[in-house]
Design a protein around this ligand. Structure first.
Ligand code: SF4
Length: 220
């Protein structure tokens, strides 16, 4: 989807009252501006202000403890900042840095054009050192997804894929809301622009590989 299509969809979502995305709150300001902050920082008056959309990449890089965030949709976005942006175009740039690729997937979903890839298919197409990940057993995959993708401590995306082409649930350990794009995965109960997961990420694939290798070692 083009940047323009994303900006149009973003504008429509905001007009419809969707003022949150992941852990970020978006506040309308005068003259078409927007102010962003961590949702748990509402009401604080000691936030450090920034005005460049590109600053989002820096804010998203490390958590509050200074630890690198390999998964940008993990529920550990740093707090203490405020980002004031001039336009929907700047807002799109910032959100795409906070949550890479998520606006594009959201627009596809809104247009009924999102295709999700079953976990087994994602694992089967791995090459090189990750090829072994496809050997993960059903029970192990169920446990892995249930732990690794959980919104509480794992990842705030809504899972759109199934475990296999028969439509098996990704994990019986996850609640039904984990698959509902209308549900606020932070648990704060607001209307949100959802962060959608259309296929298993590289981090989950890497964990599946570790799980298989761990099993192999235990079996030796
Ligand atoms: S597979 Fe999707 S839901 Fe699971 S951790 Fe990766 S991005 Fe998040």
């Amino acid at each position: 989807m083009s940047s323009l299509a994303q900006e149009v969809a973003l504008g429509k979502s905001l007009a419809a009252g969707l003022w949150c995305i992941g852990q970020i709150a978006i506040e309308p300001q005068e003259n078409g501006r927007f102010a962003l902050n961590h949702r748990e920082d509402a009401g604080r008056n000691d936030l450090i202000a920034h005005t460049q959309p590109e600053k989002a990449a820096e804010i998203a890089r490390f958590d509050d403890a200074g630890k690198y965030r390999p998964l940008k949709t993990a529920p550990n976005l740093r707090r203490g900042w405020r980002l004031v942006l001039e336009s929907v175009a700047e807002l799109r740039v910032a959100l795409d840095l906070f949550y890479p690729g998520r606006l594009d997937v959201f627009v596809a979903w809104e247009n009924n054009a999102l295709s999700a890839t079953p976990l087994r298919e994602t694992l089967a197409r791995q090459t090189g050192m990750y090829r072994v990940a496809a050997k993960i057993g059903e029970e192990e995959a169920n446990t892995l997804v249930g732990n690794f993708c959980a919104s509480d401590g794992g990842c705030l995306r809504t899972i759109m894929w199934r475990r296999d082409e028969n439509g098996t649930t990704p994990s019986t350990l996850l609640p039904a809301e984990k698959f509902d794009p209308r549900y606020d995965q932070t648990g704060l109960g607001e209307t949100v622009i959802p962060l959608l997961c259309q296929e298993a990420c590289n981090l989950l694939v890497a964990e599946a590989r570790k799980s298989v290798q761990g099993q192999d070692r235990r079996g030796q």
